[in-house]
Write a protein that binds this ligand. Structure first.
Ligand code: CU
Ligand code: ZN
Length: 488
């Protein structure tokens, strides 16, 4: 029996971090069946001059709803992403109450007809998604379901109910608990509440992933809290989109990384992710207090999505204010206080380029796009460009990482860390999620002005043994799977 697919004469960057080597690679029935001497196959691809690596894993996505709206997942697939971890920053598609809006700006929107992770996964599978999806259960979601947006600690009964939601998600294969302690309603929770929920994931082998309470002036306090939660709950900690926001804090990622190194040396288990850009992005109303508008932050903002004022999209707030004859405060109010103001998404230029490089040099740092799939507006270019950008800018141009190390951080490291089973290596017996790319040409093309552009230099993407993207086109094959926590 011939194999399904054989790549001839490729340079294999196998995801382990080891040196690249020349080989043939064969795939059958969704699995890598030969690395070295290739087998005869129904389809043979001459990959001379190209690199074959495992498919990339986006450790930080917000695509819970996108899997339903855009099952082709073109913006990620074209980057070589074959698996995503969704449910980040405390916002997940499950649990859910059908027909009820759990929170404003809900990640799934109306029409969500499932109650739990199994139901959500079934809804995704029905649409034949192009890539794999795995999920964290979100604290904000669970808290909003049990106690709305209440600004208080939960009662004993409420906490027990929240713990039950987390436990059910873990039983159904969630990878762990995520928090977004900067957002509503997570910001009303104490460290003890979060630890009590994080401890539920421990017996399942899950992890605690956190958008910390503060990423600016109180970054180090927030890291301390994350480490404390990990220790008291007995769970590994994963810090999301590590950064030191605001010019006066630039450079402080060195201090927070030192704290993390020290904790790891003492026996903790902490990892991180980062996106390769100097701007963040998120729901704008969550970043401002209307009685004390932060003007420094306002001056750094560009509007990505604004349903009340489509004409603001893609423009700096300072330019909007000047054009309208408004103060910056008035511009902030206009963007977030309209009838759909809570849906406004902003892009804030608050990160130091040198900190991005410091982050990428750290051996426990993975890559997460943090892309927000609001395709109607002018989204942050990370949605379309993250993975090729790391390989182009930080590997090829700046030499911050070797190609082998960058690929390890995008493949085997996240698969091991999040418990994605036998994925993330080009190795016999592993699932055939693969990317074939030209290391000299791969590059992101998405920019802040033109963010919805697919990268160049990616020749082919294989998901579970099927060709999903080839020669710049999406094949329409939907071979993605819903992945449940599986420790090797
Ligand atoms: Cu996020
Ligand atoms: Zn976040």
């Amino acid at each position: 029996m011939p194999a399904d697919l054989t790549f001839r004469n490729v340079r294999v960057v196998d995801g382990s971090g080891g040196a690249a080597f020349e080989a043939d690679v064969s795939v059958s029935d969704g699995v890598i069946v030969a690395v070295g001497e290739g087998m005869a196959a129904s389809r043979e691809i001459d990959g001379r001059g190209l690199v074959l690596s495992p498919g990339f894993v986006d450790t930080h996505s917000h695509d819970d709803g996108a899997f339903l709206r855009y099952p082709g997942m073109e913006f990620k697939l074209a980057q070589g992403v074959t698996t995503e971890v969704s449910g980040n920053c405390g916002f997940s598609a499950a649990p859910n109450v059908p027909g009820v809006q759990i929170m404003p700006g809900d990640i799934v929107g109306p029409g969500a007809d499932w109650e739990d992770l199994d139901g959500y996964f079934a809804a995704c599978e029905k649409r034949g998604p192009a890539i794999n999806n795995a999920m964290l259960v979100g604290h904000n979601r669970v808290r909003a379901m049990v106690m709305g947006l209440e600004r208080r600690a939960p009662t004993g009964t409420e906490l027990a109910e929240m713990r039950a939601h987390v436990e059910r998600a873990m039983e159904q294969g969630a990878l762990g608990l995520s928090t977004g302690l900067i957002y509503e309603p997570g910001r009303y929770s104490t460290t003890e509440e979060v630890a009590a929920l994080a401890s539920v994931v421990a017996p399942f082998g899950g992890l605690y992933a956190t958008h910390m309470r503060n990423e600016a002036d109180r970054l180090l306090d927030a890291v301390r809290e994350a480490l404390d939660i990990g220790q008291s709950a007995g769970v590994p900690v994963h810090i999301s989109h590590h950064k030191a926001a605001g010019r006066r804090n630039w450079g402080r990622v060195r201090e927070s990384l030192a704290m993390i190194d020290e904790a790891n040396a003492r026996g903790a288990d902490v990892t991180l992710d980062v996106y390769p850009y100097t701007a963040g992005s998120g729901p704008m109303n969550q970043y401002f207090r209307l009685d004390a508008i932060d003007l420094e932050l306002a001056a750094s903002i560009r509007i990505a999505t604004c349903p009340d004022h489509r004409e603001f999209e893609g423009r700096m707030l300072t330019d909007i204010a000047e054009e309208q004859g408004w103060s910056l405060e008035e511009a902030v109010r206009a963007a977030i206080t309209g009838p759909r103001g809570k849906e406004t998404i902003c892009i804030q230029f608050v990160i130091d380029e040198a900190d991005v490089e410091t982050n990428l040099r750290h051996p426990r740092m993975m890559v997460g796009s943090d892309g927000i799939p609001a395709l109607n507006g002018t989204p942050h270019p990370r949605l379309f460009g993250t993975f090729p950008r790391v390989l182009a800018r930080y590997v090829r141009e700046r030499g911050v990482l070797t190609l082998e190390e960058a690929v390890r951080r995008m493949t085997s490291l996240p698969c091991e860390r999040f418990g994605l089973g036998n994925r993330g290596l080009v190795k016999e017996g592993y699932c055939a999620d693969l990317v074939l790319f030209d290391p000299d040409r791969i590059a992101d093309t998405a920019t802040y002005d033109n963010p919805k552009q697919e990268p160049v230099g990616i020749e082919m993407v294989v998901v579970n043994g099927r060709v999903a993207y080839e020669g710049g086109s999406h094949t329409g094959v939907g071979a993605g799977q819903m992945l449940r926590l599986r420790r090797m």
